[in-house]
Design a protein around this ligand. Structure first.
Ligand code: FES
Length: 334
């Protein structure tokens, strides 16, 4: 039995033979994770003190590799402290079920609409930029939150794609247009930006994968983040990308921000011709430098993941909600 301290977020006890991930989840901490068998790299974190066992290998905090400990396969050999950056403490972000007012619905392009939900008056709720919510009476439709939380703010922005490929969303949009309130459950998800990252941040997104990127970029602006931020957005055609040129928005106040639009069919001048992750890989000078957040369909996100890893990006530098709700089976990466 050993004690695991999670930065300033508290501690939990890990039993003999139990992994740090299992014990942490049992104690109510939230960890990024997917495969739970040491293959995907999602749960990697830094051992700040103490000693863990990985199979037959003992690893101390001062050893090489201690910044990428896979908590899903690591057991504690001594009391330890681990980095808390992507771990939530029990009760840190309580999940609430609320009925929100539908404050506005506005088309953003031919198949995406912005839906603004308003929290009940007096209701305080926090979420981390990059998290998502469930919508509807059955709470079976998940949508990323497209804005960062603000002090006293009551509005939650969603981007909903509704077209022939997404008939359940078409039905949902019809319902939202006919009613004044909607049931929600939030916040959910293990991928976010809350504190300023210590490395540049690159966002790669397709369609409404832009929504969580937009929220995280808002959060970076709140933090006066000064390291480079790059936004790569892709679509089959130019009109699949909404809004068409976000980088010209006067509200965008990041100090070092660049946007690249990647289009497969008939790109316009200044746009990259090809897949969105190809644009990012072409711009990549040091694959180990940026932190990546990827948003889009599971197929698109996993294709981007493979492309980035092939280009030399460490898997634990790549984040997406897809890794949590649509994990691939073992051996998805090196
Ligand atoms: S959850 Fe630990 S490596 Fe996949």
């Amino acid at each position: 039995m050993a004690e695991i301290r999670v930065g300033n977020k508290g501690h939990f006890v890990v039993n003999s033979g139990e992994t740090i991930l299992e014990a942490g989840l049992r104690a109510g901490f939230g960890f990024p994770r997917a495969c739970r068998n040491g293959n995907c790299g999602r749960c990697a974190g830094r051992l700040k003190s103490g000693e863990v066992r990985l199979g037959n290998t003992l690893l101390r905090a001062e050893d090489t590799g201690s910044d990428q400990v896979l908590y899903c396969v690591a057991t504690a050999n001594t009391d330890c402290e681990i980095d808390a950056a992507m771990i939530t403490a029990p009760g840190e972000l309580p999940v609430a079920s609320l009925r929100c007012q539908i404050a506005a619905i506005q088309p953003l392009n031919h198949n995406v609409s912005a839906v603004t939900l308003r929290l009940p008056a007096g209701q305080k709720l926090n979420w981390y930029a990059g998290q998502y919510l469930l919508l509807g009476e059955q709470q079976d439709a998940a949508f990323s939150i497209a804005n960062a939380a603000t002090d006293g703010g009551r509005d939650i922005l969603l981007h909903i794609r509704h077209d022939a490929d997404n008939l359940s969303a078409v039905e949902l949009m019809t319902q939202l247009q006919q009613q004044s309130t909607v049931a929600t459950m939030l916040p959910l998800g293990n991928r976010w930006i809350d504190q300023a990252p210590s490395q540049p941040v690159w966002f790669i997104c397709g369609s409404t994968g832009f929504a969580p990127a937009r929220a995280m970029i808002e959060r970076l602006m709140q933090l006066n983040y000064s390291l480079p931020v790059r936004l790569f957005r892709g679509g089959r055609r130019v009109d699949d990308i909404y809004p068409p040129q976000w980088s010209s928005d006067p509200l965008l106040t990041l100090k070092d921000f660049q946007e690249v639009l990647a289009v497969n069919e008939a790109p316009m001048s200044g746009q990259f011709h090809g897949m969105v992750h190809e644009a990012a890989i072409k711009a990549l000078q040091d694959p180990t430098a940026p932190l990546f957040h990827v948003g889009g369909s599971p197929a698109m996100v996993w294709a981007v993941f493979d492309g980035l890893v092939d280009a030399g990006v460490p898997p634990h530098h790549i984040h997406s909600d897809v890794f949590d709700y649509a994990p691939r089976e073992p051996n998805i990466s090196g």
